[in-house]
Design a protein around this ligand. Sequence first.
Ligand SMILES: NC(=O)c1ccc[n+]([C@@H]2O[C@H](COP(=O)([O-])OP(=O)(O)OC[C@H]3O[C@@H](n4cnc5c(N)ncnc54)[C@H](OP(=O)(O)O)[C@@H]3O)[C@@H](O)[C@H]2O)c1
Length: 225
Amino acid sequence: MSALDAALSKQYTSTPMRILVTGSTGGIGSAVKAAARAAGHEVATFERADFATPGAMDAIPGGLDALVFATGTCPVAPLSKTTPELFAETFRVNCALFLDLVRHIVKTRKYSAAGMTALAISSVSAREGWAGGAAYCASKGALSALCRALDAELATRHIHIEALEPRYVKTRMFDECAGRMGVDPSLAQAPEAFAREILAKACARGAAASLRLQEEAGLAGGAAD
Ligand SMILES: NC(=O)c1ccc[n+]([C@@H]2O[C@H](COP(=O)([O-])OP(=O)(O)OC[C@H]3O[C@@H](n4cnc5c(N)ncnc54)[C@H](OP(=O)(O)O)[C@@H]3O)[C@@H](O)[C@H]2O)c1
């Protein structure tokens, strides 16, 4: 995070935001939810059952300042077991669900007047390969690329889309995947620490957006005087 982002984040962490968190039954999502609530932000969640329920997105509240997409699956499968079905399902969960959510939020204008920051938890696997990770690495590479494209497309609406690419975070997924692959658990970051980084980034972006809105309102007011 830049020094400006860090300063804005510190100043505005206490400014309440409305945040939608997905994957909040998981390690990273639950830590984000807890940190956000502890900081006084309003948190709505969207989980596995919601994604599987037609029309469930209609219940997502409006006025969103931030979306944290922490939904994800990490199959570890050699090429021979990377079936078309496994590949498609990994892409659906890790990438297409994020696209569906952003499309819904933009279409129904559920973002705040100042815009919105959407942070998708991608992975260092978007850029690095490992044996057994064909579906996962490909889906995370696609998610990171998707974020760059959406960020470019939605900039005029002040919607900022960014992929975060952590390496190891000590969660159920780490225990089931990286842990099983023999990665030293001491290399894994605590989910609470990563959640603070995520929240700080969302707050910094939210702060910059509200400052811009205030400036625009001031300019408009000035012009009318
Ligand atoms: N942990 C790491 O080292 C690490 C490193 C890099 C990136 N990441 C990424 O961080 C994100 C969060 O991972 P985590 O470590 O917090 O894992 P986690 O504890 O296993 O949580 C995964 C979350 O995704 C949800 N989920 C899984 N399959 C789903 C499906 N088919 N439909 C809807 N929701 C589904 C889970 O819901 P249920 O509780 O219902 O299963 C849970 O809420 C993932 O995208 C992961 O790839 C993690």
